[in-house]
Design a protein around this ligand. Structure first.
Ligand SMILES: Cc1cc2nc3c(=O)[nH]c(=O)nc-3n(C[C@H](O)[C@H](O)[C@H](O)COP(=O)(O)O)c2cc1C
Length: 182
């Protein structure tokens, strides 16, 4: 898919067909997403893909702080990606030791996760898979539900699946509102 079209036509998809996405197909999407840039190329993003109905149900019950909007999306999602990242590396010159080198401190790890998130969503869209990013999530419960390694923290949940809706474009600010030249 042409890059500009891909960027402009990606939508948050919250209704999915009652069909699981093949695991090998999702592996191809992660194979594309891994090309996301990252702080010092530390590549801290991790993806835990869930297609087990019971685990998805548990995420709806305990993983989204009772936010009904997200519960509703999870109720028809056949797949959920838990996007996590390895803590304590991005923002440092040496991933194993030393201080954070900029004013942002460890914020760069969330920055890396954001880039990974969008890269995953665009890769999925290019392959015909819809996604919806969830920021309203419970970081304290999700690691236990999905068995996340100790060194990782959750960045976001991303529901994914074959789209069963074509959402209209949401509004965007005009270019003159967000751009200034000096
Ligand atoms: C960091 C982040 C957090 C979000 N959290 C949620 C969420 O918890 N639930 C939800 O339904 N959508 C969530 N969204 C989706 C946004 O509402 C959506 O991207 C925005 O309205 C623009 O619509 P579009 O994605 O269709 O272009 C989130 C998006 C981002 C980038």
């Amino acid at each position: 898919m042409e890059a500009i079209k891909m960027i402009k036509e990606r939508r948050s998809v919250r209704k999915y067909k009652n069909e699981k996405v093949d695991r090998e197909f999702m592996k191809e999407i992660i194979d594309i997403a891994r090309w996301a840039p990252s702080w010092a190329n530390f590549q801290i993003a991790r993806y835990t893909l869930i297609d087990d109905e019971e685990v998805i149900k548990q995420l709806a019950t305990d993983g989204v702080k009772g936010f009904t909007y997200n519960i509703k999306t999870l109720e028809n999602a056949k797949g959920v990606a838990v996007l996590s990242f390895v803590k304590g590396k991005s923002g440092k010159l040496d991933p194993e030791k030393g201080d954070y080198v900029t004013e942002k401190g460890n914020v760069w790890e969330a920055f890396d996760a954001g880039i990974a998130c969008q890269t995953f969503c665009l890769a999925a869209h290019a392959k015909g898979i819809g996604t919806c990013i969830f920021g309203v999530i419970d970081e304290s419960t999700i690691p236990g539900i999905v068995g996340l390694p100790e060194e990782e923290t959750v960045a976001a949940l991303i529901t994914y699946g074959l789209p069963d809706e074509e959402p209209p474009a949401t509004p965007r600010k005009d270019v003159d509102e967000i751009l200034r030249f000096l």
